[in-house]
Design a protein around this ligand. Structure first.
Ligand SMILES: *Cc1c(COP(=O)(O)O)cnc(C)c1O
Length: 222
């Protein structure tokens, strides 16, 4: 945890940004509630999960702790209700139908569900995410839904050791966000950067980095 915080701070300084402008999302998928407890004890408050059932169970186990939970995995339409009922954020919205179902299932007693649209910035190399040319139409649809609050964009580029390629993908996402904001969306979130590429993401303006392996260690399954 401290190593990752130091990486974020160093990258922020190199980019001429305030370290506080970058939130660390600890991706706890496949790790037990006990690992989340330990991270909480080390000061971490925001956690990311990819699998609905695993996430919901962990959220229930840890409900006494003041944590925020972000859903970052692929979303099947028959799983939108538990996501809307238990999570604070969803980063992986790529279809209008999913957004509509999340809005309909968001309980009145909870605040709006914070949403990022997942964008496919890698073209052929990635299957998840909305194509860049369809982002604005999806953003307009999501903005119109009453129980959702559109916050920004998210991407998972193809893994690469080439820092220039990493930066190019993240830059494309930032330019898309800027384009939406010129069209009046007022978005404040760029969810990009993981264990291998968080420095490149911070150089290109990430406001949330999603880090699993560098905090919790290698996962047993993918
Ligand atoms: C697993 C995952 C992460 C964390 O990846 P690491 O390489 O372990 O840091 C971040 N974002 C998403 C969408 C993930 O599925």
């Amino acid at each position: 945890m401290q190593v990752v915080r130091a990486r974020i701070a160093a990258a922020a300084r190199a980019a001429g940004r305030e370290p506080d402008a970058i939130r660390l999302l600890a991706v706890s998928k496949t790790f037990a509630a006990q690992a989340v407890r330990a991270a909480h004890a080390a000061g971490q408050r925001e956690f990311g999960e990819n699998y609905v059932q695993e996430g919901v169970e962990k959220i229930a186990t840890l409900s006494a702790l003041p944590l925020a939970w972000h859903f970052i995995g692929p979303i099947q339409s028959n799983k939108t209700r538990p996501i809307a009922e238990h999570f604070d954020w969803v980063h992986s919205v790529a279809r209008e139908k999913i957004a509509l179902r999340l809005s309909q299932a968001r309980p009145e007693g909870l605040g709006s569900l914070d949403i990022c649209l997942q964008v496919n910035v890698s073209g052929e190399a990635s299957k998840s995410g909305v194509p860049p040319e369809e982002v604005q139409a999806l953003a307009e649809a999501v903005r119109a839904l009453p129980r959702l609050r559109l916050r920004g964009l998210m991407a998972v580029p193809e893994p690469s050791d080439d820092v220039e390629l990493q930066r190019r993908r993240f830059r494309d996402l930032r330019l898309l966000l800027e384009q939406l904001n010129r069209a009046g969306f007022g978005l404040d979130t760029l969810s990009m950067g993981m264990s291998q590429d968080l420095e490149a993401a911070i150089m290109e303006g990430a406001t949330i980095v999603r880090v699993g392996t560098a905090i919790f260690g290698e996962r047993k399954q993918a």
